[in-house]
Design a protein around this ligand. Structure first.
Ligand SMILES: *[C@@H]1O[C@H](CO)[C@@H](O)[C@H](O)[C@H]1NC(C)=O
Ligand SMILES: *[C@@H]1O[C@H](CO)[C@@H](O)[C@H](O)[C@H]1NC(C)=O
Ligand SMILES: *[C@@H]1O[C@H](CO)[C@@H](O)[C@H](O)[C@H]1NC(C)=O
Ligand SMILES: *[C@@H]1O[C@H](CO)[C@@H](O)[C@H](O)[C@H]1NC(C)=O
Ligand SMILES: *[C@@H]1O[C@H](CO)[C@@H](O)[C@H](O)[C@H]1NC(C)=O
Ligand SMILES: *[C@@H]1O[C@H](CO)[C@@H](O)[C@H](O)[C@H]1NC(C)=O
Ligand SMILES: *[C@@H]1O[C@H](CO)[C@@H](O)[C@H](O)[C@H]1NC(C)=O
Length: 400
């Protein structure tokens, strides 16, 4: 009886000493709110999988009640798969100075994810470091016609982030897309350098879906697919000061596969496209569901030897796997193209092919000067199911 009483008495003390020791240990791993991955076991030898150390540094930082930074110092790390999840107790920064390599080849731990940041507000990813997806070790072996399980991971996923900033970092040779945004609200992306070879498959630079208030500025994107693609549920997207190329350009869509797809509010301004297949493009599937693409401004854009600088394609049908006889049901309106100049590598400098059943409305074309130099004659424009309002001077002339 006596013994038990003593135990009950002592128990809280033992507990609090234990707690004290534990928190001292946790604090020893963080100096002034900086959680260095090396203090959590990362070895940076370019071989060892440091995933556990990264996630452990993150989890400790995320629990901090004051602003915390996860620091990845210079060095070469291998991370197989890492999910950095919030919500965190305070604003949190992931500061990358090293190079993080994915595992090479097709046998990734996860078929869809590599590095994931999700469920946070006031998050910052910054630094001059590199996320290297090792894509070249996977692209040639990944033949979907021979292997139906041909999914490859997206390098960086930002999902459900609010009031956050992504800046400075590089993404190189993703296996699938470089960056995917889902459910983000008020996100700024600046000074990014995104690169993969021009013949690399499906290596979209930044794909935006179900997100609003997104700003992409002062960035260089050269890749094998769209530099930026803007999908279903995107609103209030600004893209400024972006150099795109090589790649397929900046594209809205393709819209119309799923129910009621909408993209509303996009500005692309002060951007340069070099040697891209397309410049600015809106694409929708034929035989589609209802949907809306509205309030787009394309302004102050330079095209250097771009395949198709200005495109609306409501008969988008790659591999001919759709019914071109049935018109798209996506409504496109309030679109302006102004101050777009440079060279087109094909004759088709301006191609606005709208839906027969839902013609494009309120399309404005301002000053345009797109030149094609080739044996096949000067640049031309094509318009169907659209009567654009013309303001200023257009080369090629817009023929309705
Ligand atoms: C982000 O903002 C949305 C809309 O305001 C809100 O519903 C959501 O809970 C927020 N998420 C986080 C992680 O703060
Ligand atoms: C985010 O956190 C920083 C401090 O790290 C603070 O200055 C800033 O106001 C916060 N922003 C928002 C939108 O909460
Ligand atoms: C972007 O990154 C690529 C690959 O690391 C590099 O070759 C290129 O110089 C970088 N560009 C800029 C503008 O930093
Ligand atoms: C986009 O730019 C417009 C003005 O051009 C501005 O009103 C809007 O707030 C900006 N949105 C974002 C997300 O930066
Ligand atoms: C256009 O973008 C370039 C490259 O980011 C930047 O240096 C320049 O200041 C921008 N110009 C304007 C008028 O915003
Ligand atoms: C497009 O912009 C106009 C003018 O700013 C606004 O009145 C309209 O509601 C916007 N359209 C949509 C679908 O949000
Ligand atoms: C198109 O723009 C006009 C004027 O800015 C606006 O009143 C209208 O709501 C817009 N239409 C859509 C579908 O956004």
């Amino acid at each position: 009886m006596m013994g038990l009483m003593r135990f009950i008495n002592v128990f809280p003390k033992v507990c609090s000493i234990f707690f004290l020791l534990f928190s001292v240990a946790a604090n020893a791993d963080a100096v002034n709110g900086v959680f260095n991955v090396k203090n959590f076991g990362a070895v940076a030898d370019g071989k060892t999988d440091d995933a556990k150390a990264f996630v452990s540094a993150w989890e400790n930082a995320c629990k901090s009640n004051s602003a915390a930074t996860v620091l990845v110092p210079e060095g070469t790390y291998v991370v197989s798969l890492a999910t950095f999840t919030g919500p965190c107790n305070a604003p949190i920064v992931f500061e990358l100075h090293g190079v993080i390599n994915a595992q090479p080849g097709l046998n990734t731990v996860d078929k869809e994810n590599w590095i994931v940041f999700k469920y946070m507000k006031n998050f910052t990813l910054t630094g001059d470091g590199v996320f290297h997806g090792q894509g070249s070790t996977a692209w040639p072996q990944n033949v979907c016609s021979k292997n139906s399980d041909c999914k490859l991971p997206i390098s960086l996923r930002f999902s459900f982030l609010n009031d956050s900033t992504i800046q400075g970092i590089q993404s190189v040779d993703c296996k699938f897309f470089h960056i995917n945004l889902l459910g983000c609200y008020n996100l700024k992306m600046r000074n990014l350098n995104i690169s993969a070879p021009k013949d690399s498959p499906n290596t979209d630079g930044i794909h935006i879906g179900q997100s609003s208030g997104i700003e992409i500025s002062s960035s260089v994107i050269g890749t094998g697919d769209d530099c930026v693609s803007i999908g279903q549920g995107s609103r209030n997207i600004n893209i400024t000061g972006v150099y795109c190329g090589p790649g397929h350009g900046i594209s809205v869509g393709s819209l119309g596969k799923a129910k009621d797809e909408q993209v509303i509010g996009l500005t692309v301004r002060n951007c340069t496209f070099t040697e891209t297949d397309n410049g600015v493009r809106i694409k929708t599937w034929p035989d589609s569901t209802d949907g809306l693409a509205s309030n787009f401004t394309f302004d102050d854009i330079v095209m250097n030897n771009v395949g198709s600088p200005i495109v609306i394609d409501q008969q988008y049908c790659p591999y001919n796997k759709c019914n071109l006889q049935v018109a798209s049901r996506i409504k496109i309106n309030n679109v302006s193209f102004t101050n777009i100049r440079g060279t087109s590598s094909t004759k088709d400098a301006v191609s606005l092919v709208c839906s027969q059943n839902f013609p494009c409305e309120n399309v404005q074309i301002g000053d345009i000067n797109l030149v094609h130099n080739g044996p096949d004659g000067p640049a031309i424009s094509t318009c169907s199911n659209v009567k654009p309002t013309l303001v200023g001077q257009q080369t090629p002339p817009i023929v309705v």
